[in-house]
Design a binder for this molecule. Structure first.
Ligand SMILES: CC(C)=CCC/C(C)=C/CC/C(C)=C/CC/C(C)=C/CC/C(C)=C/CC/C(C)=C/CC/C(C)=C/COP(=O)(O)OP(=O)(O)O
Ligand SMILES: O=P(O)(O)OC[C@@H](O)CO
Ligand SMILES: [Mg+2]
Length: 237
């Protein structure tokens, strides 16, 4: 069951199939002690570039999952699949429309026990993902707590993902998400590139996701594993 495995993840790296990474950097990322590698992105994610990255990752004994952003790029063989649904959009396509379209085609083949549904709240208005999904990013902490409660109690989602992709987020918003969650896991991702940032978010999030810094400063990215793992998460507020 992927959701049981995901419940043990403290730190994960997200690799973008559309970006170049040397073999050495990829090896260091896979051997870093992170809990899993997620393959996904917003732009130019294709079957070909996802498959090519997966072939390189398969050589390492690390859990690799695909985060699906377009059904045409689903690659069989991953250890599991993360399926986002954007909660702070009014566009039903990104809440469940794309999912309906995909399941009409591939529903027979869906490996349900290896699928985890994620409720996304996207908060960086500059991120491509926020433009694509027309997310309503002007939220206050009470909005975030309410979305967290929707994810946990109404949709019963296993993961609530606070997404600041490309920008370091507001810790008060992450605390607000924490306040609304008991069993649903809180993922935080966005802009982590220092010890202070990694530890600040690791105090409140169950799982910290690190992406862009892999491509700009791989040694810094590697250090985030230790910074996150040596931080104890505080309880609910
Ligand atoms: C054998 C086999 C595996 C068969 C297939 C069966 C299967 C797995 C079926 C699943 C069917 C299903 C329900 C698929 C989902 C289909 C789908 C397209 C859903 C839409 C998902 C969605 C809401 C996408 C919107 C974008 C988004 C939230 C992407 C998540 C990743 C993300 C936020 C990346 C950030 O990327 P980055 O590159 O950093 O972007 P920025 O530029 O914004 O920083
Ligand atoms: O790329 P960064 O900004 O580290 O964010 C990580 C992840 O949440 C992106 O989907
Ligand atoms: Mg990115």
């Amino acid at each position: 069951m992927l959701h049981k495995l995901a419940a043990t993840w403290r730190h994960i790296f997200k690799l973008d199939p559309d970006r170049k990474l040397s073999d050495l950097a990829l090896q260091k990322i896979c051997e870093s002690g992170t809990d899993a590698i997620v393959v996904g992105g917003t732009d130019n994610v294709t079957f070909k570039n996802t498959w090519e990255l997966f072939q390189r990752l398969k050589k390492f004994p690390i859990t690799c999952v695909q985060e699906i952003s377009t059904a045409s790029a689903i690659v069989p063989g991953f250890d599991g699949y993360l399926i986002p649904s954007v909660l702070n959009t009014d566009n039903a396509y990104w809440i469940h429309g794309a999912h309906h379209e995909a399941l009409k085609k591939y529903g027979e083949f869906a490996p349900w026990e290896h699928i985890v549904f994620q409720g996304y709240v996207i908060l960086n208005p500059e991120a491509k993902v926020s433009r694509l999904t027309r997310s309503r990013t002007e939220l206050d902490p009470e909005d975030v707590t309410a979305y967290a409660r929707i994810a946990e109690h109404l949709y019963r989602m296993p993961v609530f993902y606070m997404e600041y992709s490309g920008k370091f987020g507001d810790v008060e918003m992450v605390k607000a998400a924490r306040k609304g969650l008991k069993n649903t896991r809180l993922f935080y991702g966005g802009g982590i590139r220092s010890e202070e940032q990694a530890k600040m978010m690791a105090e409140w999030a169950d799982t910290v996701v690190v992406g862009n810094v892999i491509y700009t400063h791989v040694e810094m990215a590697l250090r985030t594993v230790r910074w996150v793992k040596e931080t104890k998460r505080v309880g609910s507020i």
